[in-house]
Design a protein around this ligand. Sequence first.
Ligand code: SF4
Ligand code: SF4
Length: 193
Amino acid sequence: MFDKASYETVLSNIDPERQELYSLCESQGVAITVMKPYGGGALLSAEASPFGAAMSVAQCLHYCLTRPGVATVLAGAVNKEELMEAVAYCDAGDAERDYAKLLSSCPAHPFTDKCMYCGHCAPCTAGIDIASVNKFADLCEAQHMVPETVREHYNVLSVKAGACVKCGQCETRCPFGVKIVEHMQKAVDIFGE
Ligand code: SF4
Ligand code: SF4
């Protein structure tokens, strides 16, 4: 996983096989627990991280918790200070948790046109929850089908992707260059609305 080539192919968003597993878990109602959210400490160090930039504890935890199907994270700690640093995530604000700015500008790995579900594109002119729409569409793409639970999650969204008026406002706010208008259309093709 820490080989540079591996990161370049699998971390453009999520390894396709892993994405398929996440989607299967979501469709079966199986919650995912993430281990090693700091990559054994490497993600906290600019020298050791494959991204060439250091993430904070809160950023690592938030990234894990915003992946599809993930319910909880097992954060390792070797002393009380590290444990309290992880616990502080619960009271951290949006700015402390935000991993988008760092990942969109990290020197060693370009994340472009891949939704990271960070929510920076909000607010949508039409009221669409763009991050959730993208997450549900990605789960379906990974399984080459529309799992019933994913459809149920999509159905409870108050505004569907079909409400997109193509104003392009969201795209000016996305740090990862996601072609959101195209992604909304893809979601309409998948879910029918
Ligand atoms: S479209 Fe861009 S800004 Fe919106 S959730 Fe995805 S990565 Fe974040
Ligand atoms: S382009 Fe579509 S998804 Fe983006 S802000 Fe406008 S209406 Fe919302």
